[in-house]
Ligand binder design. Structure first.
Ligand code: ZN
Length: 658
């Protein structure tokens, strides 16, 4: 473990709160310290209030902020005196505690302060850092963890047995600290949860965290429990058919009651763990720190029997819910983590980002489990403690309020010709509606069109059947299935009268505009059939279908055949719940084909100014790629739920079509 502190970088952050931001980000940057929203930090600062009086304010990480990307606005400014007074109460429920903290902040618009706020307030140090460091979790998730922590740190840390985060934990830590701290004490270890480090400056607290965690790493190394990296497995993953993955995703989505993204991750680590002779004992206890239960659920599913997992989850809920203080509502019982000896790991989430977070947590958890087991024996918290966190009041309250997810949350779309024009705009429109999107294009730029976990750009020539199959396999392994297919790739070709059409040009138009789409439809059909909310296909046709023009025989004929193919698909696939609709755009000038010179040349030919030419339609309006893309996306949504086989113009109104 290395300190990432750099003087030059630190100078870019202003004041004591600025340095609080800086070292929080340094902690967040190291995934072996905190993962996605985990951990929290604080600083106590004297500020002058509106009456000119000096007051100490506890700036503590606000909920909804990630340490890696936190800003000054991500810290909730709570009056320290009130926090300390609260700590003296006999008892305080979580909702009451949150209410007290939120009503004693300096900024009405600040985020709700961390659930650990009272704990931060009780520690007599200016800077307090808290992480769920992998190495500390590996040491403390063992039967003899408490003794080991004392052996590593002596009186430099105070050791506190596990308690649910919140008011009781804050009091327990404050009491233990008063009783056991010495002038040498610089931190606290919470068994099976994480570690705190303190300092008079941001740098001191941060570097003490690094030093403390490094000692846990060194301890593991001394006990031959650090290096658990898996050598590449000689027996590589068995090829699992993409149809099987899509079937699994369908069953998980059905159990969840909503579409889920499923991400397969076949690595030496995930394969070795899924094939571990003791995978059942190692994986079925629970996560290494209780926070993770909200993302991963308590246990992974071993194999692919979703019904059995759901039955187990129900009995876990029914066993523990009656002991809770207030009635609990069962969360969806679908697994979030799948371990299978054939493909290793698969992670599920309501979106690609969630699935990726689950995956990262599992990869860290596997190392923690194997290290704890090499040291002594992995021993997670009892199920009732994990249940308490999974079904925590405040999480349940959030659930009851629950914002509406985006319309395509958990769904997967594939768009062809996605690197430019209408295809590119369609990718953006689908991403904006919450879908995970796979973009295909011949252009290399497709790979880097977006840099986000819900986008996968694949270079693919759609006239190459093998390339289509390979791309689809990558799409299924990346996101688990296919719900939406947008057939957009096409070519216009040179203007040629029928007498002059070269057979090669004709074949090229037919091959790209028609044959490739036939292959795509056929290859995608089994996956669209498995879509949890029904498959949807949008075909980008052309005004030339209802109103062809001279000199564009190959283009018009190929697009007309495509439109007819779409109508037949609508007929054949209706029973599978798949809707197939066609859009006929016209004069979309913000695409690659329409360079400024082509546009000027065309306008001149019609004796119009460029602007007149662009809006040369019934509504006198310009049609953009975005207009077409937005309609394509809407046709996949609830508005068109009862429509299939339709052909809708998006052309500003064309007299010949009307
Ligand atoms: Zn924590």
């Amino acid at each position: 473990m290395q300190s990432l502190w750099q003087d030059e970088e630190a100078r870019r952050y202003e004041g004591e709160l600025g340095l609080r931001v800086y070292t929080s980000r340094l902690l967040g940057r190291d995934r072996s310290l905190v993962l996605h929203g985990g951990g929290n930090t604080s600083v106590k600062l004297d500020v002058r209030n509106r009456f000119g009086e000096e007051e100490t304010i506890l700036y503590v990480k606000g909920s909804g902020w990630d340490l890696e990307t936190i800003e000054p606005a991500g810290f909730s400014p709570v009056r320290l005196a009130h926090v300390v007074r609260l700590a003296g109460l006999e008892r305080l429920s979580d909702p009451d505690m949150v209410n007290e903290l939120v009503t004693h902040m300096l900024e009405a618009a600040a985020p709700a302060p961390s659930i650990e706020t009272i704990l931060h307030g009780c520690m007599p140090f200016k800077y307090v850092d808290h992480t769920h460091a992998d190495a500390v979790l590996a040491v403390t998730n063992t039967p003899d963890g408490a003794r080991r922590v004392r052996e590593i740190y002596g009186d430099e840390v105070v050791v506190v047995p596990y308690l649910m985060p919140g008011f009781d934990l804050a009091q327990a830590v404050a009491r233990a600290y008063r009783r056991e701290a010495t002038p040498r004490t610089i931190g606290v270890v919470l068994l099976k949860h994480g570690i705190f480090a303190f300092g008079a400056s941001a740098r001191e607290a941060y570097e003490r965290m690094i030093a403390l965690v490094s000692r846990a790493e060194a301890y593991l190394a001394r006990h031959r429990a650090w290096d658990v990296a898996t050598p590449p497995d000689p027996a590589a993953a068995e090829a699992v058919a993409p149809e099987e993955i899509a079937g699994l995703r369908r069953r998980i989505s059905d159990a969840a009651g909503a579409p889920m993204v499923l991400r397969v991750r076949t690595t030496a680590q995930s394969l070795a763990f899924a094939r571990h002779p003791e995978v059942e004992r190692l994986s079925q206890q629970g996560p290494a720190t209780p926070d993770h239960v909200i993302r991963t659920k308590r246990t992974p599913m071993l194999g692919t029997d979703v019904d059995a997992f759901v039955a187990d989850y129900r009995s876990y809920f029914e066993r523990h819910a009656p002991h809770a203080r207030e009635p609990k509502t069962m969360l969806d019982p679908a697994p979030r983590v799948v371990l299978d000896p054939r493909f290793g790991l698969a992670s599920a989430g309501r979106g690609a980002r969630d699935a990726r977070i689950v995956e990262e947590i599992v990869e860290h958890t596997i190392d923690v489990i194997l290290r704890a087991d090499a040291l002594e024996r992995y021993e997670a918290l009892p199920a009732r403690d994990l249940f308490e966190v999974e079904y925590w009041d405040l999480e349940q309250a959030k659930l009851r309020k629950g914002g509406k997810p985006p319309v395509f949350a958990g769904e997967v779309a594939l768009v062809t010709g996605a690197a430019s024009g209408i295809g590119k705009a369609t990718v953006a429109a689908l991403l904006a509606r919450g879908a995970a999107v796979v973009g295909l294009d011949r252009d290399d730029s497709i790979a880097t069109l977006h840099d986000r976990p819900d986008y996968l750009g694949l270079r693919c020539d759609v006239t190459d059947d093998a390339a289509i199959r390979a791309a689809l396999r990558d799409a299924i392994l990346g996101f688990g299935g296919l719900d939406i297919l947008v057939l957009n790739a096409g070519v216009f070709g040179a203007s040629q009268a029928i007498a002059e059409v070269s057979p090669a040009e004709w074949r090229r138009a037919m091959s790209i505009n028609l044959d490739a789409n036939l292959t795509l439809l056929r290859v995608c059909h089994p996956f669209l059939k498995l879509a949890p909310c029904g498959g949807r296909v949008v075909v980008i046709g052309s005004k030339n279908v209802p109103a062809p023009g001279p000199g564009a025989a190959a283009y018009s004929a190929s697009k007309a055949a495509l439109a007819q193919l779409a109508r037949v698909a609508a007929l054949e696939w209706g029973a599978d719940g798949i809707r197939v609709n066609t859009l006929h755009p016209n004069q979309v000038f913000d695409t690659g084909i329409w360079t400024e010179s082509v546009l000027a040349e065309r306008a001149r030919r019609y004796g119009l100014a460029v602007e007149q030419y662009k809006t040369n339609n019934v509504l006198r309006t310009e049609v953009t790629s975005r207009d077409v893309a937005e309609l394509a996306a809407e046709m996949c949504g609830p508005l068109f739920a009862k429509t299939t086989g339709a052909q809708v113009p998006v052309d500003g109104g064309n007299e010949r079509v009307i």
